[in-house]
Design a protein around this ligand. Sequence first.
Ligand SMILES: [Zn+2]
Length: 95
Amino acid sequence: MNAVNHIEQIVTQIVNDSQNIEEHIEQDTKTRIRELNDENFVYEKKIKSNRNKILNLKRKLYQECHHQFIRDYSAASDDVYKYYCSQCSLYRGEF
Ligand SMILES: [Zn+2]
């Protein structure tokens, strides 16, 4: 093998290596994106489940509380809820 061929072989090898590294980085990035999306799916399911639990607990609280409703002066005139309970903090008519 002459010197020129040897240099060409080395250059080809460097180009191939750099392409392999780029492909590897791209694959790692795609994998990481997929992992994060999978995590988000699990968290979103958990958040949805927790929201339902909170709603059910609030409904239970609303039914059991001996409300003492007071005017909410921060409510705008067209707000649906204008009174909240000083005991449970829920709005009158919320449930
Ligand atoms: Zn109450």
